[in-house]
Design a protein around this ligand. Structure first.
Ligand code: KG4
Ligand code: ZN
Length: 328
């Protein structure tokens, strides 16, 4: 079995995965959403302190598995430096104490493998990763062969939902809150410009849309009883249209056979429905993670770790270090 730790942002999670079968034997996650909610975003130092409290509590529950562990895995990149360190330090201590090898996992590959929890992998695969930290399209041929073909030049898709929710004083994380508010809104009420719509670049950008939404929010706030549902609906519509327009362009030269959406924001129902429409002419399969594994978790880290273990992809204790920025 492999014990895997995730602490790249605001979720403390540990899993135990059986190597032979990829079966998930244990998974526990403690989220910090409530603690960060009052700040409208993740406060790194607070997150690190909460990991230092939560991870040992979860680890205690894993003690029955200790004698069966063949390796310990941990998210080492990308993420917040001060929170990655919490997980990596714990993983190193476990590796030394139990005399087992350590595996440093890339969190983004973790999100890709959230599709394969207790399942066989399916490659090749075109993946759209939409999370709080990333918006990127990847061509995945195998665990070792992943190419990023498009990414955001500034904010990420999920982050833009968080920032818009903050402007509307809704709380954190913004994705589910905006999705909920948008349900009863008019998607066409505000004619926000689709980012980079005239650019030939296949890339993403959310800072301009965010600022356009800010102006609309400020204007609405001048009303006696401000109502943000139409702004939320129009924002969600344009944020999604930006993704589908760029993907459509990309598909012209690279038609997908199997397409997947992963990451916390892949839970967005409007995004899912629009991507389904986009894939129809290509007759491509759409893969999605189970809702509980879309956001950060250690089950996905454990699933990557099983394949890395089988491929001998270990790190040395001296060399394994955190890398806040991703190299994918
Ligand atoms: O993957 P994740 O848990 O953490 C990172 O690796 O960043 O993603 C969290 C992000 C947050 O920005 C959150 O607002 C967004 O995913 N999110 C959503 C939805 N649910 C979560 N964004 C849009 N619609 C949703 N339903
Ligand atoms: Zn993530």
């Amino acid at each position: 079995m492999i014990l895997s730790i995730e602490s790249s942002c605001d979720d403390s999670a540990i899993s135990i995965t059986e190597i032979a079968t990829s079966r998930l034997l244990f998974h526990k996650k403690i989220s910090q959403e409530i603690e960060h909610s009052i700040y409208g975003g993740v406060v790194p130092e607070l997150a690190a302190r909460l990991h230092a409290e939560a991870l040992p509590k979860i680890l205690e529950q894993c003690e029955p598995y200790f004698s069966k562990l063949k390796a310990v895995a941990v998210t080492a990149t990308p993420g917040l430096a001060v929170t990655l360190v919490e997980g990596v330090t714990m993983a190193k201590a476990i590796a030394v104490a139990l005399e087992i090898p350590i595996i440093g996992v890339n969190h983004l590959i973790g999100h890709i493998y959230s599709l394969f929890i207790e399942k066989e992998t399916v490659f090749p695969l075109t993946v759209l990763l939409v999370s709080g930290g990333h918006t990127q399209v990847m061509e995945v041929k195998s665990l070792r062969d992943i190419t990023t073909v498009a990414k955001s030049m500034d904010d990420s898709f999920g982050e833009s939902f968080d920032k818009v929710a903050k402007m509307m004083h809704l709380g954190y994380p913004g994705g589910p809150l905006i999705q909920d508010l948008a349900k009863n809104g008019d998607r066409l009420k505000y004619n926000f410009t689709v980012p980079l719509h005239q650019s030939p670049l296949i890339a993403f950008s959310y800072s301009g849309l965010k600022n356009a939404v800010r102006l609309a929010v400020l204007k609405e706030e001048e009303q006696d009883s401000p109502d943000f549902k139409d702004i939320a609906a129009s924002f969600e519509h344009i944020a999604t249209k930006h993704l589908t327009m760029k993907l459509k362009k990309y598909f012209k030269t690279n038609p997908p056979k199997t397409f997947a959406i992963v990451g916390g924001a892949s839970a967005n129902l409007y995004l899912r429905s629009q991507i389904e429409e986009l894939l129809k002419p290509h007759q491509a399969d759409l893969l999605l993670s189970e809702l509980q594994y879309c956001s950060d978790n250690a089950a996905m880290i454990g699933r990557v770790a099983v394949d890395m273990y089988k491929d001998g992809m270990f790190s040395s204790l001296e060399d394994l270090d955190i890398a806040p920025r991703s190299s994918l």
